[in-house]
Design a protein around this ligand. Structure first.
Ligand SMILES: C[S@@+](CC[C@H](N)C(=O)[O-])C[C@H]1O[C@@H](n2cnc3c(N)ncnc32)[C@H](O)[C@@H]1O
Length: 239
């Protein structure tokens, strides 16, 4: 069989982690190479026996910037009654109640996480608050576990840097969203010389890298909201 030109193979290899690949000489699609974890073990602390107590304290601490500004963050999303929202990596549910109140009974919130004890806490809290529009969803490492074309808005707060397989995951999220849907992505600034050493070590990618990765999955960057200092607040559209 005739081999494709060397340059085509190089391009193919470069793209293989992200897309299936075919060359002019070989129209057969080469199976995509499975994406490797960009941060093995980053979610391991969430499955320790004391995780629920520990991370309820950590994630809901009033010293956390996004907890301090929770209402402004939710106001800036631009939620409307009846919307279907996915809180991706909902954690212990810091944002779930406020989002659920704003979309109302005709709307819905899917609180997606990979940690079962966090999901249980979200269910209990929704029940205690009388919120019937919240569904806690067991997500997957590489996929949202939600129906395709089912969501108007995805919200990710400090979750992106915990996604181990970002290209695979973001393509799943793209499919989950309806055309013209919105992705709001908040994550830590990562600026050498400015960001704390702890965050520099914990968060693998800076804002520009995240923007490029999310665009690679098909999203279009729309705007940035200047609301926070330690975190950036980006809005993408799913075309
Ligand atoms: C730093 S916490 C943020 C939680 C919440 N968004 C908040 O701001 O309080 C990151 C969350 O992402 C979740 N996570 C990591 N990988 C995930 C995946 N593939 N799908 C869904 N959630 C994921 C973790 O379990 C964790 O709850």
């Amino acid at each position: 069989m005739k081999s494709p030109p060397v340059r085509a193979w190089i391009l193919c290899l470069a793209a293989a982690g992200t897309f299936g690949c075919a060359t002019a000489a070989s129209p057969r699609t080469v199976p995509a190479v499975a994406e490797a974890s960009v941060r093995p073990g980053i979610n391991a602390p969430y499955v320790q026996p004391d995780a629920l107590d520990k991370f309820t304290r950590v994630l809901e601490a009033e010293t956390r910037e996004v907890a301090q500004h929770r209402d402004e963050i939710v106001d800036a999303i631009g939620l409307r009654r009846g919307m279907v929202v996915a809180d991706i990596g909902a954690g212990t549910g810091l944002f779930v109640t406020e989002i659920a109140k704003r979309v109302g009974k005709r709307g819905a919130v899917f609180a997606v996480d990979i940690v079962p004890v966090f999901l249980e806490r979200i269910r209990e809290r929704a029940k205690a608050d009388g919120l019937t529009n919240v569904t806690a969803v067991q997500g997957e490492e590489k996929a949202t576990a939600l129906e395709p074309d089912s969501v108007d808005l995805a919200f990710m707060c400090d979750t992106y840097h915990h996604i181990e397989f970002p290209q695979t995951y973001m393509r799943s999220l793209f499919r989950t969203l309806r055309p013209d849907a919105t992705l709001v992505l908040i994550d830590f600034e990562r600026i050498e010389g400015k960001t704390s050493p702890g965050i520099l070590q914990h968060v693998r990618a800076d804002k520009q890298t995240v923007i490029e990765e999310v665009k690679q999955a098909g999203f279009v960057l729309q705007s940035e909201t200047d609301l926070l200092e330690e975190n950036y607040y980006l809005r993408f559209r799913r075309p």
